[in-house]
Every structure is written in C-alpha cells, then in structure tokens.
Design a protein around this ligand. Sequence first.
Ligand SMILES: [Cu+2]
Length: 145
Amino acid sequence: MEQKPNQLCFSKKETTSNGWEVAVVIGCIVLVVLSAALLPWGGAGRAQVRNIAVEGTYSPATVEIVVGRPADLRFWRPSDSACTRRLVVDGLHISTKLKPFGITDVRFTPRRAGHFAMHCGMEHLKGQVVVEDPLNPSAFWPVYF
Ligand SMILES: [Cu+2]
C-alpha cells in the first residue's frame, strides 16, 4: 500500500542501479587486467634501470629485466679490488670494466629471453641476468612448462 505511489520509480531505480554496478565492476576488472598485461611494454623508450652493488658479491645477485626494452644496469663499485674490475655477462655480449669508487652504467637492449650468467673476470663473483619474455613465458620458465 505504502509503496504503491513510487513502486514504478523504485523498481526502475533498482534495475538501473544493478546494471550500472555490474558495468562498473566489469569495467574495472577489464581495466586492471589490461593495464597489468600491458605493463611490461609500457614506456618502450624508457630504460629498465637496475642498481647493483659490487663488493664481495653482486647485490642483488639476480637482475630481472624484460626482453626488447633498453636496460641500464648501474654497477656501483665502492672499491678498486682487482677482482671486481671486469664484468662479464655470458650470452649478452657484455664484457666491460667497472670504474672504482663510482657507478658504471651498462646499457644494452636484450634481444632474447633466458638466464645469463654474470661474473667477474675470474668468476669469483657470480650472479645472473634474467631476461623475461612476457609473450613467451615458456622461455622464462623452462622447468615448469
Ligand atoms: Cu673476481
């Protein structure tokens, strides 16, 4: 009885509201999924900067980057020990000297995915550069797929 005057209005409002809520929720999910999927390719021109300290070990020892995008590995070497002078990354054509008491930028664009061993000239210090390919995860996770 009481709801008779605005029954039409009420039911109409409810339907509209539900439709909007569903649309907004679906829209949000689509946006989140899309942005997450596109994130690795976002800003193709921007370098992937990673900072690595070189003192007794590489810290962090594992550096993760994405294939096809410029990378800038910044090696900070706070000593002049002969051991840490040369940096070699197998398979990525990297063999360079790291300057003592400073930062050396090692810039390159990885063209293939995989795990690449990173080490000093004498292979005392060891680490790895992991190049991920979001389009081909099997190259990145050979053990699991
Ligand atoms: Cu060494």
